[in-house]
Structures are given as C-alpha cells and as structure tokens.
Design a protein around this ligand. Structure first.
Ligand code: CO
Length: 301
C-alpha cells in the first residue's frame, strides 16, 4: 500500500521588520516612511513607500505637493480617506477619492502636482493613503508617460466572510481575480482586511521580493510568528512558499510582491535612473524646461 505524501510547504520567514519613521514632508504633510532610509535604500523593485497621514486637517490647512518632476519610475497613489487632485504635464487631471487608485508612469518625465482638492481644502477632514514608487527597468525608463486611474468601484474585491478576510486587488491577481491596472512588470499589490484570529495565506514563487506593511491592528507573521504592529513593514524570505499572516486584532495591511530588477540604481530626489550621468541629464532636461509644463487650469463653469 502506498500513499502520496503531501508536499510540506515552506512557511516563509520574516527576515526583517522595519519601523516606518514619522516625518513631515514639504509644508507639513505627515508621513510614515518605512523606506527608503539609510539602512534600507529600496526593496527592489520598490523604491519608496509612504503612508500619508492619517492626519486630521482643520478647514484651510491641508497640505500637498505642488509642481515637481519625476523620471524613470512610477508613482502609485492609493487613497483611504480625504480627497486629492492630480494634474500633470501630460495633460492628465484626476480627483482621487477614498478607495481610488492612481498608477502614474512617469517614464521619460512628467511634472505633476498632488494637492488636496478645493472641496477638501475648504472642509478639512481626515487624509490617509499611500504612495508607492515602483522602479522601471532600464528599457522602460524613457517610456511615454501613462496615467491610469481606477475609481473605488472598479477595484476588484475578494471577500470571504467565513475566513474573515476582505482583499482589494490593486494590482496583479489574487484567488483568480485580476486587477484592471496595467504594469510594466508583474506586480502584486493587495490591501487586506482581517478580523481577529483570521489568517491570510499567499503562495509566493521563489526569488520574488515580498513584504507586508501594517497600517491598522497587530499581526503575527511568518513561520516564527513575528509580531508586526501598525506602521511597521515585515520583509519575507525569497524562498518559494506560503506568506502567512494571522491577525491578533482587527487589522489592515498592504501586501506587495514583484520580481527584483537587479539593475544599478542612481537616484536623486524625484529622479531614479541607472547611472549618475543619466541623473545629471534629467536635472539638465528639467532645468531647461524639456519636461513639459502643466497646462493651465480651465474653469469648467
Ligand atoms: Co510626485
């Protein structure tokens, strides 16, 4: 008599826990930033993760990021609360509301502004969301700028009330449900909500960068049950296996996975290229006005 031994799956280990440090950006924009830091410059291919807020603004006090350039990567903005207006030099205009996702490929270069909308500025209120920077491979760094906006109603949701799990699929595929957003390389970006004691299990192929960032609650993560709290990021090993999470309290967290680019990274502020020469070129191009200007605001009334 024989029976097939069920293959024992590797439960991934947490290799590092990073605390998102709190900082004020620009004119008073509260963020929690797990990376980049001096200790952790990137989580290839991800260059930056900012949790914007949560911060409660009194009427007339909300802050944003006025006109600034980007080249060589993508900025991904996902809003949980508040309202932001995006305008860029490629002519894209969009208002982001809670649950909306914006995936902007700066590629060869854009100038954009990311500001609280006029309506939000007037009323004030809670602002909370995320900005993720996704690096582009050398071959895509000069791509034509692209702007994708997915309103909350178009974000796919996988809900399992028995498991106590609700997952928004922002990019990539989860349990057969695929996000509408197009990416230059395969990227998995999930926003997960778990009830107390609920478990989240995700099979991840080998050699993929994979991490979770907790923004609410408290988790046990990985084979060793490492404790991960709000505003903390847990990086997992790159062995094929199961990324395992158990919620200790009602929790919300982001899950990111992608193949690393393994290319040299030269970065200065809003420019991320492969060489210092390309950075100098980006600065010169920007200073010479070779990044187009943002078209003037047209009053629709
Ligand atoms: Co920007």
């Amino acid at each position: 008599m024989s029976h097939d031994a069920k293959a024992v799956k590797h439960r991934k280990s947490v290799t590092r826990i990073v605390v998102g440090h709190q900082a004020m950006e620009g004119a008073g924009f509260l963020i929690h930033r797990p990376f980049p830091t001096h200790e952790l410059l990137q989580i290839d291919p991800f260059l930056l993760l900012d949790e914007m807020g949560p911060i409660s603004y009194a009427p007339g006090t909300a802050q944003g990021a006025p006109d600034h350039p980007h080249r060589g990567f993508e900025t991904v903005t996902y809003l949980l609360a508040g309202e932001m207006e995006h305008r860029d030099s490629a002519g894209h205009v969009g208002t982001l509301r809670p649950g909306d996702l914006q995936w902007m490929t700066a590629g060869a270069g854009v100038v954009h502004s990311e500001m609280p909308s006029a309506a939000f500025q007037k009323t004030g209120g809670l602002m909370h969301g995320f900005q993720l920077w996704v690096n582009l491979a050398a071959k895509d760094k000069r791509a034509i700028p692209r702007y994708q906006e997915l309103s909350a109603s178009h974000v796919q949701i996988v809900e399992n009330s028995v498991l106590g799990e609700r997952v928004k699929v922002l990019a990539g595929e989860y349990r057969g449900v695929t996000a509408q957003v197009k990416t230059h390389q395969p990227i998995l970006y999930l926003d997960v909500e778990l009830k107390t004691d609920a478990e989240f299990v995700l099979e991840v192929q080998k050699d993929l960068t994979n991490f979770v960032y907790v923004y609410e609650g408290s988790l046990e993560a990985g084979g060793e049950g490492a404790q991960v709290l709000a505003h903390q990021l847990a990086l997992f090993d790159t062995v094929q296996g199961e990324l395992f999470i158990k919620a200790k309290t009602p929790s919300r967290f982001l899950v990111l996975a992608a193949a690393p680019l393994r290319e040299p990274v030269a970065r200065r502020g809003p420019f991320v290229m492969n060489t210092e020469q390309e950075i100098r070129e980006a600065i010169l191009d920007y200073q010479a006005g070779r990044f187009a200007k943002i078209p003037p605001k047209v009053d629709k009334n």
